[in-house]
Write a protein that binds this ligand. Structure first.
Ligand SMILES: Nc1ncnc2c1ncn2[C@@H]1O[C@H](COP(=O)(O)OP(=O)(O)OP(=O)(O)O)[C@@H](O)[C@H]1O
Ligand SMILES: Cc1ncc(C[n+]2csc(CCOP(=O)(O)O)c2C)c(N)n1
Ligand SMILES: [Mg+2]
Length: 279
């Protein structure tokens, strides 16, 4: 069973309406007059970071990847719960948590601590959404497809021996809040721009038609590797063709109703893996 098959099996369980059929990055919980956004992501030694990584960086990345999912909903973080492992140098984990929680003004709600090797850390992040909560499936034919920042910096950082873009991603919370009221669909780029764009397009019943030359690739990165490696934590969004984003972003293509395949790169369906998938 691979990741997609496993999630498909989970869909047969009783699902909360706010789970969006497990087709989105987060759950949406309307309570009273508020809309809460809930998300959980885990990171593991050997899969998401190398053995020997400073626990400070593990803590930063753990929280950052979860805040990134809140950013895609335009949400403001309310707090996090941390599933921690008592690794060697755990005091550095606490310092890393202190750094990112201070940087983004996010208080700690709680968590749990165990001892296990190799280590896997979990984080549940809870945010408060604004009036508009962009989903993956809201894109429409004719929308322009945009991505914030650049892609491939994390890949370069990883290859250069764990540079900052790889270890200390910066969740696009301010950008997400600025974009949320205006976009038709939005998600963060965790598994590779092409794979995530194909997911947004497929959920929206469209085809993402992307121009390779338009990809905002980090200096020195090969465009196709950058667009399929992942760990970018930029925001990918679909918006009306005449929308001018209020944040630094690059137009990479268009959503169309071609629909035979979820993604066309320079007019052709790629014959290589579009991104990172857990086996
Ligand atoms: N073990 C699980 N139990 C319940 N729901 C799950 C489980 N694993 C994944 N899901 C749900 O499946 C959907 C897809 O999950 P996925 O992890 O791909 O989303 P994501 O968080 O955007 O991805 P990424 O981990 O790359 O950020 C989400 O709705 C998620 O809540
Ligand atoms: C040591 C090491 N090797 C490879 C990678 C690349 N990588 C692993 S998981 C993932 C996608 C996001 O994960 P998820 O989908 O679980 O949120 C990416 C891009 C890495 N980060 N560290
Ligand atoms: Mg996500």
């Amino acid at each position: 069973m691979n990741e997609a098959e496993f999630i498909a099996a989970l869909r047969t369980l009783p699902l909360h309406p706010g789970a969006e059929g497990l087709h989105d990055d987060t759950a949406t919980l309307a309570i009273g007059g508020e809309t809460l956004i809930l998300t959980h992501d885990a990171i593991a030694e050997g899969v998401h970071y190398r053995p020997g990584t400073d626990p400070f960086d593990i803590a930063w990345k753990l929280v950052a990847v979860n805040l990134s999912d809140l950013a895609a909903k335009g949400a403001t973080p309310l707090g996090v719960l941390i599933g921690a492992v008592l690794v060697e140098g755990a005091e550095r984990f606490v310092e890393g948590l202190r750094a990112i929680l201070t940087e983004y003004a996010v208080p700690l709600l709680g968590g749990d601590t165990i001892s296990v090797s190799p280590a896997t850390f979990g984080c549940t992040a809870i945010g408060r959404a604004g009036a508009a909560v962009p989903r993956r499936d809201g894109g429409r034919a004719g929308d322009a497809l945009w991505v914030t920042g650049t892609i491939g910096a994390a890949m370069l950082g990883f290859e250069a021996g764990d540079g900052a873009a790889y270890l200390r991603p910066r969740p696009r919370l301010a950008e997400g809040r600025a974009l949320a009221p205006h976009v038709h669909a939005m998600m963060d780029v965790s598994d590779g721009l092409l794979l995530d764009a194909s997911r947004l397009a497929e959920a929206s019943g469209c085809t993402a038609e992307i121009a390779r030359a338009a990809l905002p690739v980090a200096p020195g990165a090969d465009p196709l590797r950058a667009a399929t490696w992942g760990d970018d934590y930029e925001l990918l969004f679909a918006a009306p063709a005449d929308f001018a984003p209020p944040v630094a972003a690059t137009r990479i293509g268009t959503l169309t109703d071609e629909r035979a395949v979820p993604l066309l790169l320079d007019g052709a369906a790629p014959d290589f893996p579009l991104g990172y998938q857990h086996r």
